[in-house]
Structures are given as C-alpha cells and as structure tokens.
Design a binder for this molecule. Structure first.
Ligand code: MTE
Ligand code: MO
Length: 416
C-alpha cells in the first residue's frame, strides 16, 4: 500500500482529529463515540458497519447514455463532444454528477432546512420548501467544477501518481441557478455578529473510507463568503433542481471547488468558533512533497480549457472548425490560444459571445488538416488577472486543481 494513498491519509487525519487537533463540531457526542469505536475496529482489521442510509433513488437517477457520459463508479463524467453545438449553459441531461454515495429520494413536502449553532442568537430555526420559495429570489450563472477535474492528466500527461477518480476534463458544468441568498436565510435565522463559519450538510447517506464512517457530506465555509454570494438553489436552468443535482435545495458557492456546493441540503450549522469536517481536513487539501505535512487548504478553482471533440478524436483530412470553452474562477477569460502542431506555434481563437464571471468563454478556430497522421491539439487560456494555463500542474497526491494545458490526441484520416 502506498503511504500516500487516501486510506493512509484518513488514518493520520483521523488520529489528529481524535487528538483534538482538528475540530468537528458537527459531530454529536454519540457519533464521536461511534467514530472512536470504528477507528479502533479499523485498526484491528474489522470492517465498519455502514450507517443507516435514507432511501436512495439509485446511484444516479437520470439516464446516462454512453454518448454523453463516461462512468466512474458512483459518478458520471460529461463527454466534452456532448457540448458541441450546445448553447451557453450545460443542459441538465449532460451535466456531470459527483455522488459520494447515491442520489436520495427526498419529499419536498416534508423536507425542512434546519439552522442551528452558537452563531445564532436563539434556538434552531427551520424552513420548509414553501417558506424558502416565498423568500426573495436571486438568479445567476455559476460553474460547478469538481476539485479533481482533470486529475487523470496528472498520470497520463505528467506521469505522476494520484488517488481519486481519474476525470478527464468533464467534471464541470455551467448552469443558471435560482434560489434564495444564504445571507437572507442566515439573517432571518438570527445570525450573531460573532458568527465565523457555517457548515452546510447533505441528507444523502453517510460516507466513509478505509473502514471509517465520516458522517454526512459537509464542508464549512466562512461567514464572509456565505454572506457575499452563496445561494441556496432550488432551480437549475429554469427547472426544479433535478434529483441528481440536489433536489430540493443545494448550495452554490461561486468560484469554489465543487465539494462546497452541498446537494440535498438538510442542515446548516452556524458557529461562533471555527468549524471543520473531513472534507476540509483530510480531503480537498494539497498534500505531497512541497506542501506542509498538514496539507494546504484549497477553496478556489483554477483555469482550464477543453475542446468539444471526442477523446481521442478522429477527423478527416480537410477543413474543420475547432470549438471549445475556457473558464477560470478568477473571472472572465481574456485570451485563448490554440496550437495544432504540438505547441510549436499558437493562434488566437475567436471568441463566441462574452465571457461572464462565473461562467466560461466559448471559442472557435478554423483548422485545415492537410496531412494524415497523429496530432495533438492544445488550448491555452489567460484570464482577467493575467493567469495563463501552465505547461505543468504542480503535483499533489490527491490530484486536485489540475490547470495545465492538455494535449488532446487527434488522428487525421486519409480520405477513404
Ligand atoms: N450532499 C452531497 N453534496 C455534494 C456531493 C455529495 O456527494 N453529497 N458531492 C460534491 C462534489 S465532490 C461535487 S464536485 C459536486 C458535484 O455536483 P453535481 O453532481 O451537481 O455536478 O457536488 C458536491 N456536493
Ligand atoms: Mo468534487
């Protein structure tokens, strides 16, 4: 077993957590005792018992036709050729799904959102679905992108070992989200001035790894971000949130890694002391040589580009128009350059429409494929802050935040 795999990390981080070096106030005393027992059992080699799970509608509910998705266990990755000819937003039928366990079946009529904790002035406060929908609504575009999007290229392009789902570039989508601002809900719940963190928690089954149950999927974020632009979304692209994307309500955290966007939201702890969960301490940190032993926390996404063609693509000799999209959590894309000759020469792509903050830049470039053979296409974006996609992404063992230029293989075929 590699000393750098996730299970080993779990063990180390859990030990630190049990030693009081990392704090998870979201765990009940009962759960804490269970966790302690589970950790002991794991050490003696016994398997942990799975926690009672809510009724699951299935790992993923929507159809996953092979022309739209690659499957990775409980997750479905969008194939980038499925965006060719599409509009600005990613349609729901091809939006990637990242499920730690399975999509739960939740009844909006009995669902409630509970807010509780030392960051509130009084007792826990809860909202029904109807109450939330009656509050003032906000609509905006936002990208959801898994922190591990592009992880596969650490291995296939950079020859490095990483653990986790080997996504290519399809763990990303842009949608139009409508909902109520978290700030509205927090203020109505009686937010105290000294509140520092909030921790949204999902209603899907508890999740664990390496024989340890880590509880419900949850991740804390600072009150400043929560009040700034976080949305509790109940609509996606003009429709009620689909089951796989968090029905009835999910969190949207613009610019931040996908794990922040908790689906099937059930509870939000509001705290006047810092909150952590394993999704802050064990996962979604940069570990490895060059990083501190406790890892470097991550929140914001990076910059990437993708061609809307199959991986790998086969094209006939002749004239083509290459299309694709580039996106950055720093804001709009300023420039996209394309190379069709392995990076020797670069041409500027034509923009299609504007580049919105929170979304992506669509682009195109004509390409005359003259000679049959093997090619690599490269797209390299620069964002509004002047950040350009590098040749190499700095390695981290969990394979997060890949931002390097991707060499996309294409075979140009002789006429039949
Ligand atoms: N409750 C819950 N929320 C969750 C997850 C989950 O498994 N359970 N997965 C997270 C991760 S890692 C990502 S990348 C995004 C994916 O959102 P999507 O499935 O709508 O594309 O949801 C996040 N929210
Ligand atoms: Mo993710």
């Amino acid at each position: 077993m590699s000393p750098l795999d996730e299970t080993t990390f779990d063990g180390i981080r859990l030990g630190q957590w049990l030693a009081g070096q990392a704090d998870d106030r979201g765990l009940s005393r009962r759960r804490l005792l269970q966790l302690g027992a589970v950790a002991t059992a794991a050490l003696s080699g016994a398997a942990a018992l799975p926690a009672a799970a809510p009724a699951a509608a299935g790992p993923i509910v929507k159809p996953l036709p092979p022309e739209l998705f690659y499957l990775h266990g409980t997750n479905a990755e969008m194939r980038w050729e499925a965006m060719a000819g599409q509009g600005y937003h990613t349609p729901i039928d091809r939006f990637f799904v990242r499920n730690h366990t399975a999509t739960p079946a939740i009844d909006a009529d009995t669902w409630r959102l509970e807010l509780f904790g030392t960051g509130l002035r009084g007792n826990p406060v809860s909202f029904s679905y109807r109450q939330l929908r009656r509050l003032p609504s906000t609509t905006y575009d936002a990208t959801i992108e898994c922190a591990g999007n592009g992880r596969g290229f650490y291995t296939t392009q950079q020859g490095q070992t990483v653990s986790g789902t080997p996504w290519k570039l399809g763990a990303v989508g842009v949608a139009r989200w409508r909902g109520v601002r978290l700030s509205t809900v927090l203020r109505r719940a009686g937010l105290r001035h000294d509140a520092v963190d909030v921790m949204p928690e999902g209603l899907d089954a508890e999740w664990g790894t390496g024989g340890v149950n880590l509880g419900h999927v949850r991740r804390s974020l600072p009150v400043a971000k929560a009040l700034h632009d976080v949305l509790l979304a109940y609509e996606m692209n003009g429709q009620p949130l689909p089951p796989d994307h968090g029905f009835p309500v999910r969190v949207i955290v613009p610019g931040w890694i996908g794990i922040s966007a908790i689906k099937w939201l059930g509870r939000i702890e509001v705290s006047s002391t810092p909150l952590f969960s394993p999704w802050n301490t064990q996962f979604y940190r940069l570990f490895g040589p060059g990083y501190p032993a406790e890892g470097e926390p991550i929140n914001r996404q990076v910059i990437k580009s993708a061609f809307e063609i199959p991986w790998a693509a086969a094209l006939a000799v002749g004239d083509h128009v290459l299309t694709g999209r580039s996106w950055s959590a720093n804001g709009p894309i300023r420039d996209v350059e394309i190379s069709t000759d392995g990076g020797a020469t670069w041409r500027r792509a034509n923009r299609i429409g504007p580049s919105h903050a929170g979304g992506w830049q669509r682009w195109s470039l004509p390409w005359k494929a003259v000679t049959p053979g093997e090619y690599t296409l490269r797209a390299r974006a620069t964002d509004v802050r002047g950040v350009t996609q590098p040749e190499q992404s700095p390695h981290n063992t969990l394979g997060y935040l890949f931002d390097a230029v991707v060499a996309h293989p294409v075979t140009v075929l002789a006429p039949a």
